[in-house]
Design a protein. Structure first.
Length: 277
């Protein structure tokens, strides 16, 4: 009975058949999975170290994390979180499964530390965007706003599973203001290549990415990591000329980089209480 319910959960989060088969017929003994599941609850770091010793760590992680995510349903609902939000948040499993398949060709999940933020409820997905509560680590000043260090913030993350339609972004922000109401949040913050000012030199004015930027007050940019190349081309290469040109975005970004252009990671804020668009 439990396995059929688990199978239903895996279908609900959109895990492909090969992934479902891996979870429902695990290479690890059930007793070992249950031990790891208990360890994951008590000591994440020890659990991840234990996973690394398995013959197929990524495959074992898929089985373990799926079982753990499934086991958390009632706890989420008891906190007053809707089943839709629970399932949407747990779909991060499917996104990282797909990333693992693209990179290795084998069922599994990668980026364990990041994925656990979703499974453990340290962030939630509300519509198109994910939100991670926290405290502002450094003071932010823009032409219009000033936020001191330590105030409560929501860090916005953008799952890689769809377009950035303006209506979806607006709806997600509205959902966040309702979901996190009453918790003294002062701002929403985002640090992403999608907020790079350089994109105005690459993309047409009608671009959904530029529209996404318009929701924020972009106040800075850093070049510590070539995130744009990783996200657009699937990897970072020192041979820019080798990047693929399958999409218009790939073509435009590659041409920009070949002329010496740089795309950093922009930083932007949205006041929590402000409605926009």
């Amino acid at each position: 009975m439990m396995m059929s319910t688990l199978e239903h959960f895996l279908t609900e989060i959109g895990l492909p058949e090969a992934g479902r088969d891996c979870v429902l017929s695990p290479a690890l003994p059930q007793e070992r999975l249950q031990t790891l599941c208990s360890l994951l609850e008590q000591d994440e770091e020890a659990c991840l170290q234990a996973l690394k010793t398995e013959t197929d760590p990524n495959g074992a992680a898929l089985c373990l994390f799926s079982l753990y995510a499934f086991s958390q349903r009632e706890a989420w609902l008891a906190r007053g979180i809707s089943e839709q939000i629970y399932l949407d948040t747990m779909r991060d499993l499917t996104l990282w499964y797909q990333a693992c398949m693209r990179k290795t060709g084998r069922p599994g999940v990668m980026e364990w530390d990041w994925l656990l933020n979703s499974l453990k409820g340290r962030l939630v997905r509300l519509g198109r965007l994910q939100y991670e509560p926290g405290d502002l680590e450094e003071a932010i000043r823009t032409d219009e706003y000033s936020f001191p260090k330590g105030v409560r913030k929501l860090e916005i993350h953008i799952p890689a599973d769809g377009k950035l339609e303006p209506e979806q972004i607006s709806s997600s922000l509205s959902q966040a203001r309702i979901f996190f109401a009453g918790n003294e949040y002062r701002l929403m913050h985002c640090h992403s290549w999608l907020l790079s000012p350089a994109l105005h030199r690459i993309l047409p004015p009608s671009s959904n990415i530029l529209n996404f930027q318009s929701f924020f007050r972009v106040y800075g940019e850093d070049f510590s990591y070539r995130q744009a190349e990783e996200r657009v081309f699937g990897e970072i290469s020192d041979r820019t000329e080798s990047y693929p040109e399958h999409t218009s975005l790939q073509k435009s970004l590659k041409a920009f980089l070949l002329t010496g252009g740089r795309v950093g990671m922009g930083m932007g804020v949205i006041p929590f209480s402000e409605e926009k668009h």
